[in-house]
Design a protein around this ligand. Sequence first.
Ligand code: AVJ
Length: 320
Amino acid sequence: MTDAARIAAPAPDPAMLAELRAGLSRPQKELPAKYFYDQRGSELFEAITRLPEYYLTRTEQALLERRVPEWVAGLRPRALVELGAGSAEKTRTVLDAMRRTLGGGTYVPVDVSAEFLEDVAARLAADYPEIDVVPVVADITADFALPDILPRPTLHAFLGSTIGNFAPDAAAALLARVRRRMGEGDGLLMGVDLRKAPAVVEAAYNDAAGVTAEFNRNMLRVLNAVAGADFDPDAYDHRAFYRRELHRIEMHLVARAAQTVTIPDAGAFRLRAGESIRTEISCKHDRASVDALLAAAGLRVERWETDAAGLFAILLALPA
Ligand code: AVJ
């Protein structure tokens, strides 16, 4: 293949095709949440974070502003590795504290959305001349490489309740991979969405302006672009509902009429009218469930902070 042809039509990665085929072959069809985040998906998520119903981001931001200065002053990290960095707005609180404590450091934002990550990294590098910004494009659900020489102590950050996208076993496995990179003196800063009245959670994932619905449908556009699928995004309704027994909200795309979807080299998949594809789970936690996840990963809570209404928590974890 010539370089020009490769750029025009990148061959879909076989592992991606296998993952899509497996997900669409289950009784409850499902697709991995990471496919929300192309440039447009990352922008739609940013819009979600500003919605009145989406309490998560602003609550977490206030908690970070309240506690990160003292937590960073205690740990004195020389590097920050952020998993699923997104727009990195909240990260500024941590970078400000690093700058104040040690005068600089290294920032490694890790994200699946390459384009978006480049923009964010360039903006942060301009705003923080004393910080080395080293972006890494990677899927945090797989094992990925970090720069060889990371200054220590290193603070790992996993904010925004992204841990909620993983069911408990997968969440513990992901945290265990983070733990394996950590040594004595390193820390993990994490944000978790807490259990609360289901109506409050459901409102956050069913906003009145319909931004979450567009974000959900965007996954089908992403898969059309990266896997050559032929989804008709307008043929699906957004649905999000809380499952009390599993302490999680699920997002689905519901086919309005019967659909046949073809993904070259992965197969043809049929949906009945009313059948859904699950696109995301967002697990909600409490102190006990967080303690259990961390313990399974070889970590323990050192600091824990929640807002007065008990909506959200941030925590600093250390090797157990
Ligand atoms: C970025 C995974 C934390 O689960 O709340 C927002 C993504 N989905 N609205 C979440 C999301 C629907 C978000 N996370």
